[in-house]
Design a protein around this ligand. Structure first.
Ligand SMILES: C/C(=C\CNc1ncnc2c1ncn2[C@@H]1O[C@H](COP(=O)(O)O)[C@@H](O)[C@H]1O)CO
Length: 242
């Protein structure tokens, strides 16, 4: 794992050419050599947990903001991300993102420009993926699963902007953890009614209709276009539960 504090040179993901650490752990079908090295990987994984716990332990109340890595700064959702980051800062939260481009950069930018703590938890990817320029403290993880746990552990709620597979992964992990009471009192706001309405309707018409989920599972989501409403929900949860 690599670390960056404040603006300045960004750490590279620190990986050899051609593959990532996650790939070497997960994508090793048929090569029995890996079987013998896998146990030793635990030490690397452990080290990543230890460093993450150590580096993030002192951050105050924080909210994670997720969303598409692929939107340009001209996209309307980018502006929403900036406003979300700024409003969370003004409400006293640190802002945590995946540290990448698009919606992540937008939320980090809003937080940093508002003078707040802007945290990026980046991930080693097969292509050059740098932390964005609006981060006051950044970490680059090798393992997706370690990084995903850090988002949940060190934030008090999620604000989720329109996104793709990565965003859905982060959203549904939090929903599953809430459903199974692994996390409690964890508000999840979906920003962008146009983008998210179809998903909610499908959940209602298919998953709920077929009794695969309960209404309370859908009710854990708040759908809005209003940045102030999204942040007010986070503030209310913080005030209720400290
Ligand atoms: C697409 C490009 C770079 C991607 N870089 C990323 N850096 C950090 N985190 C990322 C990146 N891509 C995805 N993520 C995580 O998933 C979510 C966004 O994924 P989506 O599929 O775009 O919805 C995001 O919240 C991150 O945590 C090159 O420009």
């Amino acid at each position: 794992m690599t670390r960056r504090s404040g603006p300045g040179p960004r750490p590279s993901a620190g990986r050899p050419e051609g593959s990532t650490t996650d790939q070497r752990l997960l994508d090793s079908r048929g090569d029995s050599g890996w079987v013998h090295t896998d146990p030793w990987r635990v030490l690397k994984i452990q080290a990543e947990f230890v460093e993450g716990f150590n580096d993030l332990a002192e951050i105050g109340p924080a909210i994670s903001v997720f969303g598409s890595a692929r939107i340009p700064a001209e996209h309307p959702a980018y502006d929403i991300g900036v406003r979300v980051g700024a409003a969370l800062t003004k409400a006293g939260f640190a802002v945590i993102t995946g540290g990448g481009p698009g919606a992540m950069e937008a939320a980090n930018r809003g937080a940093m420009e508002a003078g707040g703590e802007s945290i990026g938890l980046g991930i080693e990817l097969p292509w050059e993926a740098k932390l964005n320029d609006y981060i006051t403290f950044g970490l680059n993880f090798r393992y997706f699963f370690v990084r995903k746990m850090m988002f949940v552990k060190y934030s008090q709620g999620y604000i989720v902007l329109p996104g793709g597979l990565g965003t859905l992964d982060e959203l549904f992990e939090a929903m599953t953890l809430s459903q199974t009471l692994k996390i409690t009192q964890f508000p999840i706001v979906l920003m962008g009614t146009e983008h998210w309405r179809g998903l909610i309707e499908w959940m209602q018409g298919s998953m709920l209709e077929d009794a695969r989920i309960k209404q309370s599972d859908i009710d854990m989501l708040t759908l809005t276009d209003d940045v102030d409403e999204a942040v007010a929900l986070m503030v209310a949860a913080r005030d209720r539960h400290g």
